[in-house]
Design a protein. Sequence first.
Length: 190
Amino acid sequence: MTTTRWFFEPGHTAAEFCARHMMVTYVRGQFKNVQGFVEVDPDEPEKARVEATIDATQVFTGQPQRDAHLRSADFFDVENHPAWTFVGSRVNQLSATEFAVTGDLTVRGTTRPVTFDVTYLGQWDTPWWEDGQNLGPRKRAGFTARTRINRHDFGVSWNDVVDQGGVVVSDLVDVTVDVEAVLEAAAQPA
């Protein structure tokens, strides 16, 4: 078989982070419109390659003041580092639907190796609408990728203390990316 290329459908691909707040609860933030692709030969998935870009300027937590603080130099410093990237090319297939994908994550200008636990959710032939016309079917595949990072590894180190030695923001952050990938038109079956 040959390598196929799937692009991330930005309207249906998103990233989320979750960090402990004030020692008592969790705060979640989202990034929509994630851009990227995966190249894979179904017969050799361990040779797959994935690239993704997140527009960090578009962080959304549901609270405008917190979003502005996250965009500031205290956290994401989007004025100097507006995009985050992931380039993965080391794939370990764990089961028919589970993979470990390792690559380089760049946040705030700092690059570190990160491994995502990826679950393949399947694929389906679906409609494809352009200019009000259904040009489908187009094949779509779904994936969920999860990892946990230490934000200090990427220079995201602002914090403050609360009573009894607690902190405002946890060091560890859970990251989840939901991907809807569409097989590129040139690779669609005739």
